[in-house]
Design a protein around this ligand. Sequence first.
Ligand code: G4P
Length: 538
Amino acid sequence: MNEELEKEIKKRRTFAIISHPDAGKTTLTEKLLLYGGAIHLAGSIKSRKTQRHAVSDWMEIEKQRGISVTSSVLQFDYGGCRINILDTPGHQDFSEDTYRTLMAVDSAVMVLDAAKGVEAQTKKLFKVCSDRHIPIFTFINKLDRYGKAPIDLMDELENVLGIRSYPMNWPVGSDGRYRGIYDRQTKKVELFEADTTHGQKARASTQYDVDSPELRAALDEETYGALIDDIELLDEAGETFDKERIDRGELTPMFFGSAMTNFGVQNFLEEYLRLAPSPSPRSSSDGLIQPDDEKFSAFVFKIQANMNPAHRDRLAFIRIVSGKFERNMTVWHEQEKKAIKLAQPQQFLAQDRQIIDTAYPGDIVGLFDPGVFGIGDTLCDERQKFRFADFPVFPPEKFARVSAHDTMKRKQFIKGIEQLTQEGAIQLFVQPGAGSESYIVGTVGTLQFEVLEYRLKNEYGVDIDMVMQPFEVARWLAYKDGREVTPASLHGADRGMFVYDRKENPVLLVSNEWALGWIMDNNPDLELYNVPLDKKEA
Ligand code: G4P
C-alpha cells in the first residue's frame, strides 16, 4: 500500500452543486469558500446585481446574462479535507455540458429554495445524479425568509424526486424568523447572533445542549416546546440514519440554512465533509479502476478554449481516477494511441491559475491542449492500457445554417467552428458539395447558438449569418448490407436534409418522428441510429 496515496485519497471530496437557477448555488459556493478560508470577505465572487458574476464565470456572456455557461473548478482545504467543487452550468440548455461535469464528481449537493422546493431544473440534474447512484446531499436554502414547512419539503423530495431524506439538522424558531439549528447528531442547538456584516463574514453563534436550562432561557416557551416536539417526531416517525443508503444515493442527508446570512453553512460544510465519499472507482474496459491503484489514470471531461483573454489557449480538464499525477510525467493517451508528456498542468481557484506539480485522485487538472484531446478520452499508464466507459452523446435537436458574414474571414470562421465542435458545444454537419462555405450546426438547445455567435465574434473576430433550419431529429444512416448510403440511394432524402458529419458519416435531418417513419417505411433495408455508429459500438 502506498501510504501517501491512501492519505491523499481519503482527504479528497469532489462534488458539484446542483440547483435550479436562483436557488442560491453561487451564494453557497461563495460561503463555502469563505468558511474554507479561501476568500476573506464574501461578495468578492458575486457582488450586486449590476455586476453580477461569479469568479468562476469566465465568459463575458455569463456576466451579461447572469448565468453560468461554462463549468469551472474551485479547490480549497477545510478541516483536513481537500475540496474540489465543480461548477455546473445552471441553464437548462446546457444539459450536455452539465452531464459531463457530473460524470467527474463523487457526490452532489442539491440546493433548494425553501419557498420554491423542487423546481424543473432540480429534477433534471437530480436524475443525472441518481442514475449514477452517487450520494446526494440536500441544502434547504433561504431560511431567513418565509418558506415551506420543513416537513412539507421532506414530503416533496419523496413525492417529486422519489428520495427519502434524513434531516441532519432542524431549524429552531418559526417560519421566516428562524434563530438557529438543532444538530441531531450532537444534540446541540446553535443560535445565531444577528448578522451585522451583510453576510460578508462568518456569523457569530452560541451552542447549547438541547436540554440545558440556558437554551430554555434563550428561547421562548413556545419555540422550545415546538423544537422538542419536532425532535420527537423525527426520531420516532422519520427515517433512521443509514450510511449505506446514503452512499448508494437512496437516502439524502438534509440540511437547513441560509447561504446569504451565513446560517447553518458551517454546520453543513462540516457534516458534509464527514459523510461525503472520497474518490470512487470508475469502470473501464479493464474492469473497475480503484483510486489507490498506483498506476496513474484520468479521463477528459471538458475542453475549453480562450477561457481567459490573457491566455489564448485551450485547456482539457481531466479528472484523476487513480495514482499520483506529477508534472512532466508521460502517460498513455488511449484514444490517440500514443504516449504524451503532461507539461504545465494547471489548477484553479477562480481566475488565479497555478502551475501544479502533483495531484491525486479526485483532483481536476487543466492541461494545455494542442488539439489532441477529445471529451471522454482516457489517459493511463503505459503498463496497463485501457479505456474508461464512454460518455454518452446527446443527439442534436436544433439546427442552423451558419456562415461567415464576411467571406474574407472564412479562415478564422472555420478555426472557431472547429474549436467549438471539439469542445463538444456544437455538432458539425456539411451538405454534400457545400464545402466550408456554410455549415449545418446542430445543438441540444438554442442557447448554444447564442454562445456560438458570441464566441466567434469575441474570440475569432467573425460575424456570422445564421439561419435556423426546421429540423428537430438527426439520424445516422447505414444499410444492413453495408453498402454506402448516398442522397441518390435514399428514398425520400428530400423530405429532410441529407448531410455528413465530421467523419463523413451520412446523416438525415428531418422535422419530426412522422417524417422519420415515412423514411423507414420506404427504405426497408435502412438502419437509423440517434448517435454516430462508432459511439454506438463503443
Ligand atoms: P444561483 O447561483 O443558484 O442562480 O443563485 P444565487 O446564489 O445567484 O442567488 C440567487 C438570489 O438569491 C440572489 O439574489 C441571492 O442573493 C439570493 N440568495 C441566495 N441565498 C439566499 C438566502 O439564503 N436568503 C435569501 N433571502 N436570499 C438568498 P438576487 O437579488 O438575485 O441577487 P443579489 O442582488 O443578491 O446579488
